[in-house]
Design a protein around this ligand. Structure first.
Ligand SMILES: *Cc1c(COP(=O)(O)O)cnc(C)c1O
Length: 396
């Protein structure tokens, strides 16, 4: 795009961080028809639409079964319940993730054991995971953060050698691949979210579990309906966590387009890589990595802005109508609600550094083609105008 074209847009055309409207417009007729069908039938909880979606997700992930539930958070809770995790148990996970990863562990009375992350991938460091194993460890819960799978082979070896399970928090990673296999079949149970801004998003909350284990599948189906094994017979106390037929009907339509949307996200990521080179930003700002044998699905395109400049850059972008978000500003080990775990600042330096330096840029599939260049131009300008901590010290 020429500079002239750009100046016609910049700096005032707003660049939203995400917009779901364009995507809906392409599907509005189909979605409205599907919603009408469910309303005509008046069968809202589980039922055919949910069973069909479950079969389609199982096929998509290449898992033996898939079980719908009410949210990604509930998927995590149900997975841990099915594995028998409870008080006295430990589950190893990342401190650099969305809150629900760790809260699901606490919700069952178990203890989240945080380990530091790999600074390049933002995912748990397998060596740290191995060092954190104790006789009380019941499971490892890696998060495929931002849409990039964790180092699953090393985690799987650790899990097998210590006899513990793996619950994949794949909420940001539907369609992501590791050595040719998709997220959801890389552990014992996979957990997905259909929160509207996830890569496959519904019209509200929704979630899904995947597993190859027939016994776990049976248990999960029972646990999501109060632990009812049929005829109001309860051997366990479960949850009320079912997927709505309305959500399932909408998600079935969207699933057909998911791969195409993923490719659009990947194209946007590639465009950013080229623009970062063109604008000579590579040396200063670190781009997300996509190691060989991994397929990143870019739920977020997250860069690192070091030197204490991240907040200043974000503010300047915002002032110039460019949306950029910090996921996540506070690592979980220092959240007030986890104070009882006795962690301190400095304990997980990589997670803490990531929290200070990350910035996620717009990458949604329907993002207009010229927006990436508007983002990078504004980023270049903002970076140049923002003093680093060492500059500030020198000036003082
Ligand atoms: C979104 C998300 C969840 C929770 O999913 P909900 O459907 O919002 O409950 C859990 N973990 C991660 C990493 C997520 O991104």
């Amino acid at each position: 795009m020429s500079d002239q074209n750009l100046s016609a847009h910049a700096p005032h055309e707003p660049v939203p961080f995400i917009s779901l409207i364009a995507q809906h417009q392409t599907l509005a007729h189909e979605v409205t028809a599907a919603v009408g069908r469910v309303l005509a039938e008046q069968k809202f909880i589980l039922g055919d639409e949910v069973s069909q979606l479950e079969a389609e997700i199982a096929k998509y992930c290449d898992s033996r079964s898939a079980i719908g539930c009410a949210s990604g958070t509930d998927a995590l809770i149900l997975a841990l319940m099915a594995l028998g995790v409870g008080p006295g148990d430990e589950v190893i996970t990342s401190p650099f993730t969305f809150f629900a990863t760790a809260s699901s562990i606490c919700r069952l009375g178990a203890k989240p054991v945080f380990v530091d992350i790999d600074p390049e991938t933002f995912n748990v460091d397998p060596e740290a995971v191995e060092a954190a194993i104790t006789p009380r460890t019941k499971a490892i819960m890696p998060v495929h953060l931002f849409g990039l799978c964790a180092d699953m082979e090393r985690l799987w070896r650790i899990a097998v050698s210590h006899g513990v399970s793996i619950v994949e928090d794949a909420c940001q990673a539907i369609g992501a691949e590791y050595r040719g296999r998709r997220a959801g079949v890389l552990g014992t149970i996979g957990c997905f979210s259909f929160f509207p801004t996830k890569n496959l998003g519904g019209a509200g909350d929704g979630g899904m579990l995947t597993t190859d284990d027939a016994d776990l599948c049976k248990q999960l189906r029972c646990l999501r309906v109060h632990g009812d094994t049929g005829n109001y017979h309860h051997t366990e106390i479960g949850l009320n966590s079912r997927l709505d037929a309305l959500q399932a009907a909408i998600l079935r339509i969207k699933l057909k387009h998911l791969d195409q949307w993923t490719e659009a996200r990947r194209r946007n990521a590639q465009t950013y890589r080229e623009l970062f080179t063109a604008y000579s930003l590579n040396d200063e700002i670190a781009l997300p990595v996509e190691p060989r044998e991994y397929k990143h699905v870019y739920n977020q395109f997250t860069v690192r802005i070091p030197g204490g400049r991240r907040d200043g850059v974000q503010q300047r972008l915002r002032a110039n109508h460019v949306g950029a978000m910090v996921y996540y500003p506070i690592p979980l080990h220092v959240q007030p609600c986890f104070e009882h775990l006795g962690h301190r600042v400095g304990e997980f330096p990589e997670a803490e550094a990531a929290s200070r330096e990350v910035l996620s840029l717009p990458v949604y599939p329907e993002m207009p083609a010229h927006h990436a260049e508007l983002v990078v131009r504004q980023l270049k300008a903002a970076f140049g105008q923002t003093r680093s901590q060492s500059d500030a010290r020198r000036a003082a």
